[in-house]
Design a protein around this ligand. Structure first.
Ligand code: SF4
Ligand SMILES: [Zn+2]
Length: 316
């Protein structure tokens, strides 16, 4: 005999479509539909999780902007102090002190490898309607997609968004690691529409930081027009499937397919216990209510601030 599952609302959970689609949202849908459901339809996030990996990348990003505009190491130090939780237990040694060392090395790197900033980072929501021709399709893409598009820069004659990637591993072939890439191809799609021409790709500053070294490299990652066309088709299919599942099964997570290949890699999925808890008796909902908080992701306001950077909304 199975017990009745109480409606999720009685656990303080409710289903809602994301306000817009960006890499965080449809990227998660591509990884595991169930993960997307927990994170972006129920809008849940683990209340206590090791956030060092996430905050490390975000802080490095902010630090580089502070340095670019202020050129003041004291302000950089204050930013690190404010943005990064001290974690001396981190197995890769990503402490506040190490972040400052990485910043110094990155500032040196930038001084010897100068770039020209053509456009500052801005949240951008772009719509390419059907019926108008665009860099990819004669009849337009028929897609709305957005994201925080990084600074567009000129470097060695190349123009493209600069993305700062922080990592702990020094892979042998970083360019192929980012090809194909849901995030980067999405950037190219947005920038190409802004420039009304297929943009060749992304410039990556890759900062490897671990206990034994800090290593920085800059390299371009290019994509063909076909790569971006395929990205458009995939993105449309993902968004259509999200809408379909949301309309047919907003309160039935079993309709959102589990991808067992994602559960542990590249890092353990934070929703594993929700997937493993018994469905009967509302145990999954109970777990979500106890171990997660509602924090809906919106790239236009990633930190839930009251004052936000204005979003550029572009229709092409
Ligand atoms: S535990 Fe596995 S199946 Fe469940 S949401 Fe995470 S990745 Fe998907
Ligand atoms: Zn288009």
């Amino acid at each position: 005999m199975s017990s009745r599952i109480l409606p999720m609302a009685s656990y303080g959970l409710h289903a809602q479509l994301p306000a817009s689609f960006d890499h965080q949202a449809t990227g998660a849908m591509g990884e595991c539909e169930r993960m997307f459901y927990w994170r972006h339809i129920l809008g849940r996030e683990r209340s206590s999780q090791d956030r060092t990996a996430l905050n490390w990348g975000k802080t490095m990003h902010t630090v580089s902007e502070v340095w670019e505009t202020e050129k003041n190491p004291v302000l950089v130090q204050e930013t690190i102090e404010k943005s990064l939780d001290e974690n001396i237990e981190d197995k890769y040694g990503r402490t506040k002190g190490r972040m400052f060392e990485a910043f110094l090395k990155y500032a040196q790197f930038q001084a010897t490898n100068p770039i020209e900033v053509l456009r500052t980072e801005q949240p951008t929501l772009l719509t390419c309607d059907s019926g108008t021709s665009c860099p990819y399709f004669d009849g337009g893409c028929g897609l709305t997609y957005g994201g925080r598009i990084d600074r567009v820069i000129r470097w060695q004659g190349m123009v493209g968004p600069l993305d700062i990637k922080t990592t702990v591993m020094d892979d042998q072939d970083p360019i192929s690691e980012y090809r194909p890439s849901h995030q980067f191809q999405g950037y190219v799609w947005v920038v190409s529409h802004l420039m009304n021409d297929h943009s060749w790709g992304i410039i990556v500053d890759r900062i490897v930081t671990n206990k034994s070294k800090i290593d920085i490299k800059r390299f371009p990652v290019s994509f063909t027009r076909d790569n971006i066309r395929e990205w458009v088709e995939n993105e449309k299919a993902l968004q259509a499937r999200i809408h379909h599942l949301y309309e047919t099964s907003p309160e039935d997570e079993t309709a959102w397919i589990q991808n067992y290949f994602r559960c542990q890699k590249p890092w353990p999925c934070p929703f594993r216990d929700a997937c493993l808890a018994p469905r009967d008796g509302g145990f999954r909902y109970k777990w979500l209510a106890q171990h997660t908080v509602e924090r809906r992701w919106d790239f236009r306001n990633p930190d839930g601030d009251e004052v936000t950077t204005p979003t550029t909304e572009v229709n092409v």
